[in-house]
Ligand binder design. Sequence first.
Ligand SMILES: [Zn+2]
Ligand SMILES: [Zn+2]
Length: 425
Amino acid sequence: MLSKLMNCLGLSTFPTVRGVQWFNLAVLIITPAIAFYGLCYVPVMSQTMFCALGLYVVTMLGITAGYHRLWSHRAYNAHPVLQVALMLAATCAMQGSCYWWARRHRSHHRHTDTDRDPYNAQRGLLWSHVGWMVFRTDLRAGSADISDLKKDVLVQWQHRWYFPLAFSTGLIVPTVLCGLLWGDWKGGIYFASALRMTACHHSTFCINSIAHYLGETTYDDRLSPRDHLISAMLTMGEGYHNFHHQFPMDYRNAFRWYQYDPTKWFIAACNLLGLATNLRTFPSNEIEKGFLSMKLKDLKTVQDSLTWPIPPEELPIVEWDTFRQESSKRTLLLVSGYIHDTTSFLKDHPGGADLLARHSGKDATAAFFGGVYEHSNAAHNLLAMLRVGILAGGVECLGHPSVPPSQALYIAGHSRDRNARGPSH
Ligand SMILES: [Zn+2]
Ligand SMILES: [Zn+2]
């Protein structure tokens, strides 16, 4: 029972804890506690709640379009006005400085699913969601190139002044806004600041936890990132995380037009306004290759679970006289150079057993391919399963007609798989 609970929370995969990062823990406990108290005891004003919601969207865009896609991945170029706006918006999320955030995020991409990945998903949901920020361990973030961030004046300025900036944009501005505009000073603190900040924290943390846990491995299944609408909705569109880990420099997370990615729409709108330029996209042709390879992998699993005709190289070569002799004992049909034993199929033949018996010991190629009846795909596939030999010097076992429809698009694969049969012709 205890081990089940530990597994569920990911505690069994937790690294050895050496201590607690008290400041981070305090922020992560006190902020939701204030919000909870407010929800229980402070009167809710609709203007304040709309303000909190609006600030949530602005703050999240600061993180997703700013900290993440602009500064961590350089997915586009931003006009200085947009840079300042995104930096201030992200600062009021109280998620650490951009320099600190982007540095760790680059390590996450470079060392995904290893202990050099700061929020290694292999350490469990609790670790990747908040554990990595709250506990001190022996783990250290792996190397990442941050030379551009060191030279970025705005990034360095925000890093230097982070705490006063975060305090004023995260707490004072929302409170003063609600207080001065409609007199709801308390609502400003409890909802526009604390509740909005709590929501932003956990929305962002979901990118590291849920987006590595829930959904499909659409483009590559070797690592934990996954694509799912729910994580996209929780994270302003960052939930197509399998795509993102494959193509991190792409300004989009959602590649398909119908997928939910408000951050992509925001960047595209900024592009129309001339505030964002050089939006980077990975070639669609290469993206589709990743998509196709995973689809083929799924289909190959189905293909490998099926039984296929004996390949030509494993069939015996049979002389004409032997074929004729044997066909007096069993119903043997010659089609496209292959000898088929149809004895077990006589009673199931839709055209009747007599028709098959009449062609025993003869070349039935013309009859099978339309001379008597144009057989269905199913008939072609079934006939191939009845192969017992190849006629020596008979009709060549080559060409399209001899390939059963089920094997016309056979997925070969590059790994040696002795159990899987290749296409036979
Ligand atoms: Zn990730
Ligand atoms: Zn990323």
